[in-house]
Write a protein that binds this ligand. Sequence first.
Ligand code: PEP
Ligand code: MG
Length: 359
Amino acid sequence: EPELAGDFGTLMVWADALRRMKVRTNAETPADCKMARQFGAEGIGLCRTEHMFFDAGRIKAVRQMILAEEDTARKAALDILLPEQRADFTAIFEVMAGLPCTIRLLDPPLHEFLPTQDADFEELSDVTGLGVDHLKRRAAELHEFNPMLGHRGCRLGITFPEIYEMQARAIFEAVCDVKASSGEAPLPEIMIPLVATRKELAILKALVDQVAKEVFAEMGTSVEYLVGTMIELPRAALMAGEIAKEGAFFSFGTNDLTQTTLGVSRDDSAKFLAPYVEKGIFARDPFVSLDVEGVGQLVELAAERGRVTRPNIKLGICGEHGGDPASIAFCEKVGLDYVSASPYRVPIARLAAAQATLK
Ligand code: PEP
Ligand code: MG
C-alpha cells in the first residue's frame, strides 16, 4: 500500500508529471531510505556517514585510529571498521537499487571523536598498549578552539587518508555485492565534503579511483560511479570552474554555505536571529529559507562556472533548504537537476518542484 494514497496520491501523480527537478532524500539508515522511497524519493542526495561511527565499538576503533601514531594499531582499527561500513552500505544499497546514491565521506568536527573521560583513555591504552599519557598528549595536540572552522570534512581525509580509503573500499565492495545478489546496482556518487580548493578534491578523487580499481580487480567485476563534491564554502563557489575539472557533480551544502557566507554560527543562530526577522533584516530565518540575495548569488555563480568547465555537471542541493518551497523555487530558477530533502519533506519537495516548473 503506497503511503500517499487517495486524492493526495493523485495530486502527487500530477505534480510528478509536471516537475523538471528530481527529488532525492537525505537519509543514512535503511529505515529512512525505505520511508523516503514510499514518499517518492528518486535517490539519496545525502547519506551522512558520521553517525554510523558513534556506537560504542566503533567509536573506540575510530579513537584508536586517530590517536595511535603507530601503524599496527591504526590498521587494527580499520579492520574493525571496514566490515561494519560494508554492511551499512549494503543495507542502504539494497533498498535503493537502481537509484543514484550520494554517499558523503566522513565529515564530523574531529572533537566529536576525541575521548574526554579518563576511563576512555584507560580503555584505549589497554587495547593499543600505548600509555595513557601518550594518548592524552596526542588528544591535546588535536584539541581545537573552533572545531566548526577546523579539522573537519575533507581536511580529515587529507590528514587521515586511511579513513576515506576504508570508506571508499566499503562503498565499492557493497555496490559489487548488491550487483551480484540483485543484478541491479545503485549508482554510487562519492561525495567529498568541505572542499575549498581544486587540489583537495584532486588528491581525494585519486585516492577513491585507486581504491575502485583495486576492489574491481579483487572482485572480478566493476560498476559505474561518480566522484564529486559539496559546495559549501564561499571559496569553493568562487572557484567552481576549477573544482569542476575534478568533480562530476556539485551538491550545494547550503547549511554550511549560509554559515560561512553570513559569518553566523548555524548552531547558535537561534539565540539572536528572531529580532532580525522581526525587524525585517531577513525576511525569514536564512537557515530555513535560502538567503537568495546573498548566499543564492554564490549558488548561481558556482552553477554557472561549473557548467562552463563541464556542461553536463550534475547539480543538486542537500542543505535543509532542499525541503523548503521558496528555496526550491530558487533551485529551479538556477536550473539544478535535483533537490534533496529529509524523508518527511519529500512530498512537499515534489509539490514545490512542480509549482516551480509551472511558474
Ligand atoms: C550542509 O552543510 O548544508 C550539509 C548538507 O552538510 P551538513 O549539514 O552535514 O554539514
Ligand atoms: Mg556541511
